[in-house]
Design a protein around this ligand. Structure first.
Ligand SMILES: [Zn+2]
Ligand SMILES: [Zn+2]
Ligand SMILES: [Zn+2]
Length: 180
């Protein structure tokens, strides 16, 4: 399979989906599921505040793996590949496995327990016509589908990151760059 640097759904693909809406019931709402970056404050290796989104429009689009009708459940777009590295057939396992990346108790350099954790998690965004609602997720730190990417200390900076392999499916790198 040819793997480009682009995501599976591009801007014109998005426009086409939104213009058509649900091809089964002709409804105009569509539910997008996408793997995107999120920040989570942690303390003593436990969540210490709400998840906040850390993605832009292009990476939202890049991570889309499923688009369906919220009313009749008809699926108008679906990709089984890893949303990050495009490895074939990897999606189901990614959604079912829990985090492999270390969640430190504290900063090994300054001992502060409060750290910033960056992860990729599945978000849901409901579109009504071209208008998108705020992204939501039900995936928390210990849930399947939550995959850590890097951890940093406010004082010491970057502590650790998943560099050599895909943070979602664990495939060996190098992995493609995402649009920025
Ligand atoms: Zn429908
Ligand atoms: Zn992957
Ligand atoms: Zn530190």
């Amino acid at each position: 399979m040819y793997v480009s640097a682009m995501g599976l759904l591009d801007a014109s693909g998005l426009d086409r989906l939104l213009a058509e809406g649900c091809t089964a019931c002709k409804g105009k709402k569509l539910l997008f599921r996408t793997y995107v970056d999120a920040r989570l404050p942690i303390a003593g290796a436990e969540p210490n505040g709400p998840i906040t989104w850390a993605y832009k429009g292009e990476t939202f689009l890049d991570g889309v793996f499923d688009v369906s009708c919220p009313d009749c459940k008809h699926v108008v777009f679906h990709a089984d590949v890893c949303p990050r590295c495009h490895r074939e057939g990897a999606l189901a396992t990614i959604l079912e496995t829990t985090n492999r990346f270390v969640v430190p108790e504290k900063c090994p350099q300054c001992d502060i327990p409060d750290l910033q954790y960056l992860a990729m998690i599945p978000a849901r965004v409901l579109y009504a016509g071209v208008r998108a609602e705020k992204a939501r997720t039900a995936t928390e730190l210990l849930d399947p589908g939550f995959h850590g990417v890097r951890v940093q200390c406010a004082t010491c900076g970057l502590l650790d990151a998943v560099n050599a392999k895909c943070p979602l499916c664990d495939a060996p790198g190098p992995i493609r760059n995402r649009p920025s």
